[in-house]
Design a protein. Structure first.
Lengths: 148, 346
């Protein structure tokens, strides 16, 4: 019983049930793949009715966001996502859910101190570091192209 | 210096107990025992925090009704919950007008409240109450993610219980209302306050492992002071969950004692843990409060259980300290509860 912290931590970790990694990966692969296939279908659909490639891509993202937000709003998204995991988290649907769920959750504190302040609690890090990485890449790209 | 248990020589009795619980808990194995429930977990309120407050109000109201005590006759109420600034308790018990002490002991708060209320009664107060609650939705918002966020939990994660429990204590045995079904009156004979124990666990999803060493510490100190694990019909921990319970039994076994035959955990009792989303069981200070109030204590009153050790276990952390690379200390408070057989049942 008088084990040190490290020994105890190892002992406790050894007792912990492990997440079913293979099953989770398979579910994520299938569901994430299905979402991307559906996205591709949407893109083809938008292109076929006359939208340019850039517009069709943007419309596809917007449609997926709309669906994810609607499913979050009616309480379906989290029920599905606990099975699909990274499959629903990694595509743009996960980002949409992170923003929408935060907004719904903080609605009781009002539109400014609630929704306004809390809407990016979960998605915020992705924005901050995603945009920052984009800016850094932009600077590098500028100099690399200038040197050519 | 060895810290000894505090024995309450003057009789302090649990006159009544009651609970309120949410939908999942109502559908669980103890569902029929809860005094109040809500099909949508909102208890008629428009925010989750108010819903939790309302559960506390309902639980205390029901307990007062069972004891046939007027709120004005209570000298003090010791109450706690998981929310910042103890808001569920503050607002929930406002309408009773009882002198109020707000507590925070994470999931150990039910035992902490019982200890303080019993010592208050033992020190001259006549009647006191202990109330605690937790609500899945308010706790999830504060400690984890938004409710509708689509994430996966690890198998060791515990599920915050939506429930509240209230206990009414009195220093006068004749004050306790007795009906035909009551064979014994639960008496708090001794208490053992917990010492915070930090064994380096830093995983928010494995709090059973953080709390188990604290439970082992308190129990070992209690047993070393002269009690044998076999003397108790039940040793009730709340809430170590599945992993934490296994670790506790192992830690106690390493001291040469055996609690495998009579140890139960409130977190494992409140849900049907196999094949549900509850993973390693329930947690939250409403869990042990509701299980004690609506299952264990009624069994003491009915004479089914004669002596029970209640060990409330809490993980004393916040998401902030965990993000700051802090580890999670656990704490465990103990109450030794004996059923004193009523004159009618003798």
């Amino acid at each position: 019983m008088n084990t040190d912290g490290k020994t105890y931590k190892k002992f406790a970790q050894a007792r912990a049930r492990k997440s079913p990694v293979l099953k989770n990966c398979a579910a994520a692969f299938a569901s994430g793949g299905a979402i991307c296939a559906a996205g591709h279908g949407l893109r083809t659909l938008f292109s076929s009715v006359g939208f340019s490639d850039a517009d069709a891509g943007m419309l596809t993202s917007s449609t997926l966001i709309l669906i994810a937000v609607l499913l979050t709003g009616i309480g379906v998204f989290d029920t599905v996502a606990k099975h699909t995991g990274a499959g629903t988290l990694v595509p743009i649907t996960g980002f949409a859910n992170a923003v929408a769920s935060s907004a719904i959750d903080s609605r009781t504190e009002g539109l400014v101190p609630g929704v306004g302040a809390k809407i990016f609690t979960v998605a915020g890090p992705v924005l901050v570091w995603g945009i920052s990485a984009g800016a850094v890449y932009g600077v590098i790209y500028y100099f690399v192209t200038a040197l050519r | 210096m060895t810290r000894l248990p505090i024995r309450i020589e003057k009789g302090v009795y649990i006159a009544s107990s009651a609970s309120a619980a949410g939908k999942n808990e109502k559908e669980g194995p103890l569902g029929s025992a809860f005094d109040a429930s809500s099909d949508d977990d909102r208890f008629g309120q428009d925010t989750w925090e108010r819903a939790e407050s309302e559960m506390q109000r309902l639980a205390l109201d029901a307990a007062l009704g069972k004891a046939d005590f007027d709120p004005s006759s209570l000298d003090a109420v010791f109450a706690g919950d998981l929310l910042n600034q103890c808001v569920a308790s503050n607002y929930g018990l406002l309408s009773f007008g009882i002198p109020f002490f707000g507590l925070y002991g994470a999931c150990s708060t039910a035992a902490e409240g019982l200890i303080l209320a019993s010592l208050f009664c033992g020190a001259g107060a006549k009647r006191c109450a202990a109330v605690t609650s937790s609500h899945f939705c308010s706790a999830e918002r504060q400690f984890r993610f938004p409710l509708e966020y689509g994430g996966q939990r690890t198998p060791t994660a515990q599920w915050t219980v939506t429930a509240a429990g209230a206990f009414i204590l009195t220093d006068d045995r004749d004050d306790v209302r007795i009906d035909a079904s009551v064979r014994a009156i639960p008496r708090i004979a001794a208490v053992m306050p917990g010492i915070a124990v930090d064994r380096g666990i830093d995983d928010l999803s494995n709090m059973g492992a953080a709390m188990a060493p604290a439970a082992a510490d308190t129990l070992t100190r209690y047993f070393s002071a002269g009690a044998d694990p076999g003397e108790f019909d039940l040793i009730v921990t709340g809430d170590l969950g599945r992993e934490g319970s296994e670790i506790l039994r192992d830690l106690i076994a390493s001291t040469g004692r055996d609690i495998t035959r009579n140890h139960v955990d409130c977190g494992m009792m409140i849900y049907d843990c196999d094949g549900t989303d509850r993973h390693a069981g329930g947690s939250g200070c409403g869990c042990s409060a509701a299980v004690m109030a609506s299952n264990i204590l009624p069994n003491v009153r009915a004479g089914v259980l004669k002596r029970v050790l209640f060990v409330g276990t809490g993980a004393l952390m916040s998401p902030l300290t965990v993000n700051q690379k802090g580890t999670i200390p656990g704490i465990a408070h103990l109450c030794d509860i004996t059923g004193e057989v009523t004159r009618e049942a003798k």
